[in-house]
Ligand binder design. Structure first.
Ligand code: FES
Ligand SMILES: [Fe+2]
Length: 350
């Protein structure tokens, strides 16, 4: 069960969508994605209604997709426009077309009712394209786990002390309590740590000497779009509701998870930073370090999925699970409401 009518999911990076037909999978649905002659992205159900051959094995003819088995041809709306050998087009020769929008070099897809596909619901990426902010990214990460294990992980800063000892971690991470906010469109777990050393990964980036006050801010919007902020100020200058000083270092990390199916997740990520915006070396350093840290998460999460799949007893919960558990409870309610809206008489969406 997935949340369909709430927000847009990332289908792929914009530069990865080309004039080649390509299959992607989201929520267990096989989708063929391509670009029209005008350059707009298009996404169709990847199954010919005749013998269910994936249309991604066929040919792109102009903006239309021709099945590679017997030539049924579909336009971008999923309407069959040609059946070789007969003039009558069967009423059922129709496939689903998915609304797609390109923004921030990402192709966003709407997996719910097309009538509700409002591009204003696409996640806002505040400093995208701002010349004062540097950008870095890296390869999409494919995880062999359910997407909710990733949201659990992102709402659980305590794992940093154990999983990321050589990068994000510092001893204060273990001791400082977390604040949980259920606000807006998701759950935020955060904490300020005062007068601590700068964690190893950030040392080359922080534009001041000595100890720092550090904010860890992990915000996961429903169902699986995370905005993680790291803010470092010179010691004594940071804290909740205080203005951000000019010599602060800010990193905004976008972690956009698309559920492939119940056991697989695609994880798109990039960071924006308020220092050295033009510096390619800094961007390369960030990408390499962060990819190494994410690989540490991947190894753990893939193994957790296997552990859960073969568990003989139920997993237990701890105090540190407060954020993830509240997130899951609220999301469950949203999914239930989509599938069984109050007063609904029609068929459920899923
Ligand atoms: S399977 Fe597509 S036309 Fe026959
Ligand atoms: Fe992590």
């Amino acid at each position: 069960m997935y949340l369909r009518n709430h927000t847009w999911y990332v289908a792929d990076w914009g530069h990865a969508v080309t004039r080649d037909l390509r299959q992607i999978e989201i929520m267990g649905e096989k989708i063929v994605i391509y670009r029209t002659e005008s350059g707009a992205p298009a996404a169709l159900e990847d199954a010919c209604p005749h013998r269910k051959l994936p249309l991604s094995m066929g040919r792109l003819k102009g903006d239309q997709v021709e099945c590679g088995y017997h030539g049924l041809t579909f336009d971008c709306a999923g309407t069959c426009v040609r059946v070789p050998g007969q003039s009558l087009i069967p009423a059922k020769a129709h496939i689903r077309s998915y609304p797609v929008v390109e923004r921030y070099d990402l192709v966003w897809i709407w997996m719910g009712d097309p009538a509700l596909a409002d591009p204003d619901k696409i996640l806002e990426i505040e400093h995208w394209g701002d010349p004062a902010w540097g950008f870095n990214t890296g390869p999409v990460m494919d995880l062999d786990c359910n997407y909710l294990l990733v949201t659990d992980n992102l709402l659980d800063p305590s794992h940093v002390s154990w999983v990321h000892q050589s990068s994000f971690a510092q001893s204060a991470c273990e001791e400082t309590p977390l604040d949980i906010d259920i606000a807006g469109d998701g759950v935020t777990v955060s904490r300020w740590m005062n007068d601590v050393e700068v964690a190893p990964l950030y040392q080359p980036l922080v534009p001041f000497e000595g100890h720092c006050d550090r904010l860890q801010h992990y915000e996961v919007r429903f169902p699986s779009l995370a905005v993680i902020k790291a803010l470092f100020t010179p010691a004594g200058k940071g804290g909740r509701n205080r203005p951000v000083p000019d010599d602060a270092f800010i990193m905004e990390s976008y972690n956009l998870m698309t559920p492939v199916n119940e056991k697989r997740t695609r994880y798109y990520w990039f960071q924006l930073r308020n220092v050295k915006p033009e510096c390619a070396e800094t961007s390369a350093f960030m990408s390499k370090s962060i990819k190494a840290a994410f690989d540490e998460d991947k190894e753990i999460l893939n193994a957790v999925q296997k552990g859960l799949d073969t568990a003989r007893t139920r997993p237990i919960d701890l105090a540190i699970d407060g954020g993830p558990l509240r997130f899951r409870r609220l999301l469950d309610r949203m999914i239930a409401a989509e599938n069984d809206p109050p007063g609904a008489t029609g068929q459920a969406a899923e």
